[in-house]
Design a binder for this molecule. Sequence first.
Ligand SMILES: [Zn+2]
Ligand SMILES: [Zn+2]
Length: 457
Amino acid sequence: MFIAVDLHAHSMFAGGAGGISSSPEKLEQSYRRAHKRFREANITSWKKGIQVMGSGDIQFKPWLNFFEKYLVEEKEGLYSYHDSEEARVEEAVHYILQTEIIVTTRYKQWRKASHVVVLFPDYDSVRMFQSMLEKLGSKTERMARPFVTLATPNEVSDFFYGLVDSEPRIEVIPAHILTPEGVYGGNNGVNMLEDFFGLFHERIRVVETGLSADPEVLGLIPELDNKVLLSNSDAHSSALNRLAREFTVLEVREITYDGVIDALRERRIDYTLEFPPTEGRFFFTGHRAGRKKPRPHGKNEYCYFSPDTLPEGNICPICGGELTKGVLHRAFEIGEAQGNKRFLKEAKISQRYIHGVPLIEAVALGLGLKSISSKKVRLVYDRIVGFFGNEVSLWKEDPEKTEEFLSELSIPENVKHVIYEIKRDNFTFEPPGFDGQYGRLVVGRKTPYLGLREIKR
Ligand SMILES: [Zn+2]
Ligand SMILES: [Zn+2]
């Protein structure tokens, strides 16, 4: 059977990743807020059509307590939350125990941090992980997304091997690998998984694409040819344009923890839903407007470059500082460093994927409204989702069928038009994302990946 999964999210504490107060009153307050947000997130996941969702931050003690108190293990290794009696088990969203940590090590002269997602089969393995973190001085009481500092890639390898040797069903997944916080990202010299993970790189089976990359962009990197590509939302809120904004459809034998992990390890991926990479906050190399460091940019001063139009020495023509390397630029660089520079048409695309965007954003664009929380946008959204059952069903339907179905719905024609164009993959983000700024959704055309540059001052 096919199920849609989103295996990387954050808890509903303090925006997800930050620390929380230690005062009992404040803690109680944020606990209540987290509970409320989690209920909303649970409904959002259900509307989206996600069957297995990442718990987020599960080693974080307040969140682990919340899970143990309010969720029920309905399928082996997967947990559900029931708001009311009538919600049926088959319809429930199942949560997988999941966290993200920030690992820092040194490679050559660089200090490099990388985000890493970890999946756990049960609470015992989460507790074991907690004690590993505590031994390293990491604060599981206070930090939802803990820091782990290890002196060398060898130590990184020992740490992760220590983890999976004690519980082989644990999966370790490098997160959003091409963004500056991912293993390959940013302005540093890590060009191979081994440079960061040491020998453990052999045990990495799955990597996360992140919002700025899709299987085509990752297909420029030779050492990923045999890795499984997983797409997740990395959502920090329950909003309809965040949760499950990217997801993966797996073919599983059963809806259990092992069912999900086996499908991943055996590459039973039906498809991933990906933002066009031009949307991601780091697609092109550049400097955004209003930048403060290394040298300031004015309110309207920005520049971006596709990999074939880069300025000499990667230096910003506006401020003279080093530009933030974009994902596409990095992918070419890494391919070259791995001794196999590929052109875009040579990218090895090993998995099926669909380009999409959160339906709520498509609806807002179709209505010409900026805010996705406007009542009108929500109304049209609910009507479409009510008709298709959930958002995943809409994305997986083939374009002609979608047109047929939508023609029966009484919603504004322009919303239908935007959805058709997205389903035909005739849409893009302009200006594209660069230097931490999201791209802006436009339908009816595609942005070329090469030959683009803009300098505004
Ligand atoms: Zn992350
Ligand atoms: Zn600059």
